[in-house]
Design a protein around this ligand. Structure first.
Ligand SMILES: [Zn+2]
Length: 386
């Protein structure tokens, strides 16, 4: 489907920027409702530990086609098909994003913060943020200007504790009317189309994974092909960015035989990265499929089979050990889960402008659904020689 400049149509600078419009054709492969769902997932703030709002978006969307939707005490949200089946597949896409948390408010009204998840300390300076207090409060991240840095400071990488948030307040009491300690903070950036099928957003890592598991479940519900004896649990997990914590609790309670995690994966297709060192992974050439110790070899074979059957291009992503994804926690849950890992190639990970291809996202959901259709009640996931 081709959509002409939807964001730009209503832009006030439209009249002076017609030359931009005439050259840009936005392409996306998704149904409009699906794209709207993806946009509302990424535009909803969800730093680790504060996922309630995005969980609500997830529940509302999936409850129109899932047989059961449930949120556990940890905050993980599951949408299920065939909840009574004994053979169970868990699909996991974490719905938390990196962010900040307020830990101190100074007498003169500045807010000091700690990171939630792994931040590049060169990123925050000059960014606009939302502080999610009693209401959403706008602020900016400040530091002393380059002119006033001491000799030697200019060459040094900044540290996160050197920054503060300025909401325009003049004293602590003014801040405390709106914000309390422990309130989370996110960058203001939201979803935007780029050329072709490319898009950027804050925290595609990994609301795009939650989107994919929800879409895979929808495809199974609406297009069929899932064995009635196989249950599928599409889980939007919590707290991945701070140690794969939600995957651990949800894998334990679902207790599935097999599972697939989906997360973003490093695109090795831009300046500054060596393919000889990191391997090749290109945006727009299909989802990545993990292979290595974190991946059950039978699951890997079945994912490849599903890709071939559905003519979905894939890129192999060798993983020498446990990955930094939910697949790691899932594989070692209880007595071991037959686990697979899919990835969406992504540039600029953990910055406010994470970039990906919407076609890759769509293909990844189809691949996940294709895998689920291949699982039968008697599928044997024991690694063995063929
Ligand atoms: Zn991440």
């Amino acid at each position: 489907m081709t959509v002409a400049g939807d964001e730009r149509k209503n832009h006030p600078s439209n009249t002076t920027a017609k030359w931009v419009l005439s050259q840009v054709t936005l392409v996306h492969p998704m149904r409009d409702q699906s794209l709207d769902f993806l946009k509302s997932l990424v535009n909803t703030p969800s730093p680790s530990g504060y996922e309630e709002r995005v969980a609500q978006v997830y529940r509302e969307y999936t409850s129109s086609y899932a047989h059961q939707v449930n949120t556990d005490f940890h905050g993980n949200t599951w949408a299920v098909l065939n909840p009574d089946a004994e053979m169970k597949i868990m699909l996991a896409g974490h719905m938390d994003e990196i962010g900040f948390i307020i830990h101190y408010i100074s007498d003169d009204g500045f807010l000091h913060f700690s990171p939630v998840g792994g931040h590049d300390p060169t990123i925050p300076l000059g960014q606009r943020v939302w502080v999610h207090g009693k209401e959403r409060v706008a602020g900016v991240i400040g530091r002393k200007p380059i002119h006033l840095l001491e000799p030697g400071e200019r060459d040094k990488k900044p540290e996160l504790h050197e920054y503060w948030i300025d909401i325009g307040a003049t004293k602590r009491e003014e801040v405390e009317e709106l914000i309390e300690l422990g309130d989370p903070v996110t960058f203001q950036v939201e979803f935007q189309h780029l050329l072709g099928d490319r898009a950027v957003a804050r925290g595609f890592d990994n609301r795009v994974g939650s989107f994919i598991v929800a879409e895979a479940l929808r495809l199974l519900a609406e297009e069929g092909g899932l064995d009635g004896g196989v249950g599928v649990y599409a889980v939007a997990t919590v707290q991945e960015e701070i140690g794969l914590r939600g995957a651990r609790t949800s894998a334990f309670s679902i207790d599935p035989q097999s599972g697939i995690a989906v997360d973003v994966n490093f695109a090795i297709d831009h300046p500054g990265l060596s393919k000889a060192r990191y391997g090749q992974l290109d945006i727009g050439k299909g989802p990545s499929v993990g292979r290595g110790a974190n991946i059950n070899p039978i699951v890997y074979r079945m994912i490849k089979e599903a890709a071939a059957q559905n003519e979905i291009p894939i890129q192999i992503s060798p993983e020498p050990g446990g990955t930094g994804t939910d697949a790691n926690a899932m594989q070692v849950s209880r007595s071991g889960m037959a686990t697979g890992l899919l990835g969406v190639p992504l540039r600029y990970m953990h910055t406010p402008c994470e970039l990906l291809s919407l076609t890759d996202v769509e293909q990844c959901a189809k691949l996940m659904a294709g895998y689920c259709r291949l699982v039968k009640p008697d599928t044997d996931f024991t690694p063995r020689v063929f």
